[in-house]
Ligand binder design. Structure first.
Ligand SMILES: NC(=O)c1ccc[n+]([C@@H]2O[C@H](COP(=O)([O-])OP(=O)(O)OC[C@H]3O[C@@H](n4cnc5c(N)ncnc54)[C@H](O)[C@@H]3O)[C@@H](O)[C@H]2O)c1
Length: 270
């Protein structure tokens, strides 16, 4: 087949306006960079002023940065309004900001810490996704846009975290599927499930006393050992899945999760 001249150079997200939470670090930051390379403009909500400042310096007018908290609905409204004001519309919402439980063992955690951890982690990981989806939906309907949720291997399997993180990631997949059902045919809703990735993902304070601190070297070895492809994943390893789902190439895909985890589903019984 003869390729059209210049076809290889076409950006896949040219002219798209994307709102993403947790873009100041890790996976969200890598995805932001990849989206901008593919021609999109990105509005970021994050609680880290330093990370947001770095993004602004790096990407200039291609990003709008909002300092805020995903647990606060009005902060998402501000972000969506900013995206529409500066970039004219909203095509994609990426729910990504999240926190971790550090594999804290259920039985070892006091009932008080269990409850505090539940409130904090579920608020950020689950309510944060509800909030962002609700604040974006009207604008996404106008553009026949889509949502992408960062979930995790912990959304399918045990031992990708402790009970708090695992329950939150299963909940995110349930939310994604129900929204894909309710919002069709106007808005597609999908997810990316990264496997263990070398980032700064935070353990929430109520669980810190119950968690072993692991150095980066040990973390890298353990991630490598657990997936068949033996990859100690970096944030950049996941960006292709987000670009595909955000793009018009995925117009027939909704309610799906792309696992980007080195093959956790084919670990076998050995
Ligand atoms: N790192 C991993 O191994 C891994 C694996 C699978 C899935 N994930 C998921 O990837 C997503 C991103 O995590 P990451 O690993 O890149 O971590 P990260 O800590 O590097 O990035 C998370 C970002 O979210 C922001 N954030 C946290 N709480 C917030 C809040 N309440 N309001 C606004 N912003 C907030 C942080 O400031 C940070 O910029 C999370 O949903 C996480 O569960 C991570």
């Amino acid at each position: 087949m003869v390729k059209e001249k210049g076809a290889d150079l076409m950006a896949q997200l040219s002219g798209k306006s994307i709102y993403l939470t947790g873009g100041a670090s890790g996976i969200g930051r890598a995805v932001t960079e990849a989206f901008i390379k593919e021609g999109a403009a990105v509005t970021i909500l994050d609680k880290s002023p330093v990370g947001l400042q770095e993004l602004k310096q790096q990407f200039g007018e291609k990003v709008q940065c909002i300092e805020g908290d995903v647990t606060v609905y009005e902060d998402h409204v501000r972000a969506v309004e900013t995206a529409v004001e500066f970039f004219g519309k909203l095509d994609v919402f990426v729910a990504n900001a999240g926190v971790f439980d550090g594999f804290a063992k259920f039985e070892h955690v006091t009932p008080e810490a269990m409850s505090a951890a539940y409130d904090l982690l579920m608020d950020i990981n689950v309510k944060g996704y509800f909030n962002g989806a609700r604040a974006s939906v009207a604008e996404l309907k106008k553009t026949s846009g889509n949502m992408i949720f960062t979930v995790s291997g912990a959304g399918y399997y045990p031992d990708g975290g402790g009970v708090w993180y695992t329950a939150s990631k299963h909940a995110q997949i349930g939310l994604m599927r129900q929204l894909a059902f309710e919002l069709a045919p106007e808005v597609r809703v999908n997810a990316v499930a990264p496997g263990g990735t070398l980032t700064a993902l935070h353990v929430i304070p109520p669980l810190e006393p119950f968690v072993k601190i692991v150095d980066n070297d040990t973390k890298e070895k353990s991630i490598k050992k657990r997936n068949p492809l033996q990859i100690a994943m970096k944030s950049e390893d996941h960006v292709g899945a987000y670009i595909l789902l955000a793009s018009d190439q995925a117009r027939a895909i909704t309610g799906e999760v792309i696992s980007s985890d080195g093959g956790l589903a084919v670990r076998g019984l050995g």
